[in-house]
Design a protein around this ligand. Structure first.
Ligand SMILES: *Cc1c(COP(=O)(O)O)cnc(C)c1O
Length: 379
């Protein structure tokens, strides 16, 4: 019997005897509810499963990898890094040497590597709220002090406010999600460069991480921070295969940065952290990136239609470059969320008071969402 199987009171007694770090006492594991309902629009997944052709290639690649599973995988996963560099060049037009790519089990792990290398006791990580709720957890888990600056009413980051926050807090890491979760807000390059400029003034140095988990969904004309990577040795741009790529279950996130920054992450990673199976799955999927990107176009169009529909019904909607929409505001957002759930539609109760976030699904799923919302909110 494990501690998890014990009745709750016995479990409390057992955990009282464990030397749990003080800051972790009484905390629950974080995560969105995983409920079994027909329409899942709560964690920004791609609603389209891999096609038969992609599934067949992934299965063949896994079979090939399985033949060598008695051996540890390639610790530096050079073939995968080369494929990721090729993909980024095709997607954003920026050519990158594979030594400038790093990857891990989801960009969550990439971000943890960044804080393990550049955060730590006595150091500070800074972001601008509302933003991704996992950031403070990476800070906590690496004993890094966590500080948030504020976003404007429209969820943009004012470069002057950002520079002042950096000067005041002297962080060693700044985390900027662009497009931001849960608001969908993309940052102009001018804002990112203003943050980088302020970061150059931090005593001891400061790494600026632009989290582009939703980068592929950005609207035409919205740039990627990859475009300014060459000019900034302390910039890291992170991406993931979990969202646009439709591979959340495979767990593969990555970043592009200067080789020296990547070398620092190689020091803190666990040996063989990317399994041979993960590497094989990611490479097989990357070989189909053109096909997968076609679906991204459809999701972007559906996103823009959803924004227009919500606005036409008098709701406030944050401008979004992502595959989700933050909308509101409701006096009792929980009641709206619950009403949708009662109708089989799971969205996310997140963001500032009164707002809700819906991920973009298939056209059929979005019809179900709109029908349910009309009923529940009386639109
Ligand atoms: C979903 C998301 C990620 C991706 O996490 P993975 O670990 O790669 O699945 C990263 N950053 C933000 C802001 C996200 O919303």
């Amino acid at each position: 019997m494990t501690v998890a199987d014990l009745p709750e009171r016995a479990r409390d007694r057992a955990s009282a005897e464990l030397p749990l770090r003080t800051e972790l006492r009484g905390l629950e594991p974080y995560g969105a509810p995983q409920l079994d309902v027909p329409v899942l629009l709560n964690v920004n997944e791609n609603p389209y499963p891999p096609s038969h052709a992609v599934v067949a290639d992934i299965a063949a690649a896994v079979a090939q990898a399985a033949r060598g599973l008695n051996r540890y995988p390639d610790r530096d996963f050079l073939a995968l890094r080369r494929d990721l560099a090729t993909y980024l060049e095709r997607e954003s037009g920026v050519a990158l040497d594979p030594t400038r790519i790093w990857a891990a089990n989801g960009s969550n792990e990439v971000m943890l590597h960044l804080l393990q290398a550049f955060g730590g006791p006595g150091r500070t990580a800074l972001s601008f709220a509302p933003t991704y709720s996992m950031y403070p957890e990476y800070a906590r888990d690496t004993s890094t002090t966590w500080v948030v600056g504020r976003r404007e009413e429209d969820f943009t980051v004012d470069p002057v406010v950002a520079a002042a926050a950096i000067e005041r807090h002297q962080p060693s890491v700044v985390l900027l999600a662009s497009p931001n979760n849960p608001t969908g807000t993309a940052l102009p390059l001018a804002t990112i460069e203003a943050v980088l400029e302020a970061a150059r003034g931090v005593v001891g140095g400061c790494v600026v991480v632009v989290d582009e988990a939703y980068g592929e969904f950005r609207r035409r004309g919205t740039p990627s921070a990859l475009e300014v990577l060459d000019r900034h040795p302390a910039l890291a741009v992170s991406r993931t295969m979990s969202k646009a790529f439709g591979l959340a279950g495979a767990r593969l996130g990555y970043l592009a940065a200067a080789p020296a920054l990547v070398d620092a992450l190689r020091v803190v990673r666990l040996p063989y952290h990317l399994s041979a199976v993960t590497q094989a799955v990611a490479r097989a999927a990357l070989a189909h990136s053109t096909e997968l990107m076609a679906l991204v176009g459809a999701l972007r169009a559906e996103r823009d239609t959803t924004v227009a529909w919500l606005r036409a019904r008098g709701l406030r909607v944050a401008d979004t470059d992502a595959n989700f929409v933050l909308f509101g505001t409701f006096d009792d957002r929980h009641a709206i969320w619950q009403g949708l759930l009662d109708r089989g539609v799971l969205i996310r109760e997140t963001g500032p008071d009164g707002w809700l976030r819906v991920s973009i699904g298939t056209p059929e799923e979005m019809v179900a969402f709109k029908d349910a919302l009309v009923e529940v909110a009386g639109l």
